[in-house]
Ligand binder design. Structure first.
Ligand code: CMC
Length: 422
């Protein structure tokens, strides 16, 4: 691959090029400003590579998503969330022995500090569980001090992965005023979470095979997605050498927004709105096309996927199966399918390459599982945790790593004097 040559004010600047293992090409502009005084401008970083990474590969044009080389379709079908979490964090699939140890560790670290449970009681009942999750993941740094020692760091990784689901489930319990139950060491990750959500001290909750399987699939599909908004946030915060818990807590906050993880909640709210409005989905596709309406089709479009989102393909199929197996009929699923059908035929959506993304169908499945709407984004956060951790760890070892500090082009007033008399 040839280096690029940039001409600016009659000067030539050589921009060294390099290629990734999948043939992606980049030009290195990191020395450009020092040489030319000019910077590159890329709002939203849509054309900016912020790092080299060996964790996840996405080809948005072809709808490819792979974790550490393994296709998402194979992982969703054959693996478990615990195994995928190990793969993301350590780079390779575990041996049977290592996987068993990992599972036991995650189950052991499912228990949260009693003082944290009491902290939860002080949030208002109406608190959004994402706010609670962000606060409590940051608070973990006060219970489990930071360390650069590899063994200690590894322990913190296991604590974070083990405890995040418990914090999430407890935040739900506190919002409905129900007492919490303790995790069980004999259950897998997904089953443990569902039991923590739905069991009470008075009544045990048996997690069916269907729910266990679908929960694993959902968590696997959300486990990583390279340099998305929340992961870049985790890297950004971590680049200042902030600790793992603080960095990940910032990731939770970034995920919360409607354009990112919050879209799964927004999709259901949109479908409910259409239903309450007589089911006229055509009216809403028209509204989405009208820039002045301020309305977007939630669960549509993606910065990277320009053909289809492979996670949405898996979930669309899964939603039919799961609803059938659970014996649930959901009129929102019909509205979703109609909306998808009409949008996919419409020039506005075709020209802009807007397809259903992962959030379009996940909410339908969560609803069928009995998960309340304000927990949807929390489930995304639990799933994304291994990805955030893997990126945070990778960033620390990056030989090119520096504190993240973009530049800007100032467009405000030029120098003016503060008035003497005011
Ligand atoms: N409905 C209607 N129009 C849309 C939509 C939509 N959902 N998404 C993009 N557009 C239009 C947009 O108005 C623009 O049109 P034009 O070129 O005429 O100005 C064009 O498509 C490109 O949009 P953009 O906002 O520049 O694209 P982006 O890459 O900056 O944003 C996005 C990506 C996902 C934020 C956006 O598509 C969106 O807002 N989607 C709805 C929210 C959503 O579902 N988010 C979940 C993303 S997947 C889960 C995750 O990983 O976070």
């Amino acid at each position: 691959m040839d280096d690029a040559n940039l001409q600016l004010n009659g000067q030539d600047y050589r921009l060294p090029s390099f290629e990734g293992t999948e043939g992606e090409v980049a030009f290195d502009v990191s020395k450009l400003r020092a040489a030319s005084n000019a910077i590159t401008y890329d709002p939203g970083y849509g054309n900016t590579g912020s790092c080299k990474s060996a964790i996840t590969f996405i080809d948005g044009e072809k709808g490819i998503l792979r974790y550490r080389g393994y296709p998402i379709e194979q992982l969703a079908k054959h693996s478990t969330f615990s195994e995928v979490a190990y793969l993301l964090v350590y780079g390779d699939l575990p041996t049977a022995e290592k996987l068993e140890q990992w599972r036991q560790d995650l189950a052991m670290h499912s228990f949260i500090h009693e003082k944290m449970t009491r902290l939860l009681e002080h949030f208002p009942l109406s608190a959004h569980p994402m706010g609670v999750l962000s606060a409590l993941t940051a608070s973990m740094s006060t219970f489990y001090p930071d360390s650069t020692d590899a063994e200690h760091l590894d322990l913190n990784v296991r604590r974070l992965l083990g405890q995040v689901k418990t914090i999430a489930a407890y935040s739900y319990k506190q919002s409905i005023g129900e007492p919490v139950v303790y995790p069980r060491r004999d259950l897998g990750y997904a089953a443990n979470f569902l039991r923590l959500m739905f069991a009470t001290p008075a009544e045990e909750y048996h997690v069916s095979e269907v729910l266990d399987r679908v929960m694993n699939t959902l968590l696997i599909l959300h486990a990583d997605h390279e340099q998305n908004c929340s992961t870049s946030t985790v890297r950004m915060v971590g680049s200042s050498e902030a600790n793992l818990y603080a960095s990940v807590s910032a990731g939770v906050s970034a995920l919360w927004g409607r354009l990112h993880g919050g879209a799964n909640q927004a999709v259901i709210e949109m479908l409910e709105r259409i239903q309450a409005d007589g089911g006229d989905y055509k009216k809403y596709t028209e509204m989405a096309k009208d820039k002045n309406s301020g309305f977007r089709l939630m669960g549509f479009g993606h910065r990277v996927y320009k053909n289809f989102d492979p996670r949405a393909t898996i979930l669309k199929e899964a939603s039919d199966e799961v609803l059938a197996e659970l014996g649930v009929t959901d009129p929102l699923l019909d509205i979703a399918k109609n909306l998808e059908e009409i949008a996919l035929k419409d020039d506005f959506f075709i020209e802009r390459k807007l397809y259903p993304n992962v959030d379009f169908y996940s909410g339908i499945i969560y609803r069928a599982m009995g998960i309340p709407v304000n927990m949807f984004t929390v489930l995304f956060a639990i799933g994304r945790m291994p990805g955030w951790i893997a990126h945070w760890l990778e960033m620390r070892e990056d030989p090119d790593g520096r504190i993240h500090r973009p530049r800007q082009i100032y467009i405000g007033p030029t120098e003016r004097s503060y008035p003497k008399a005011r």
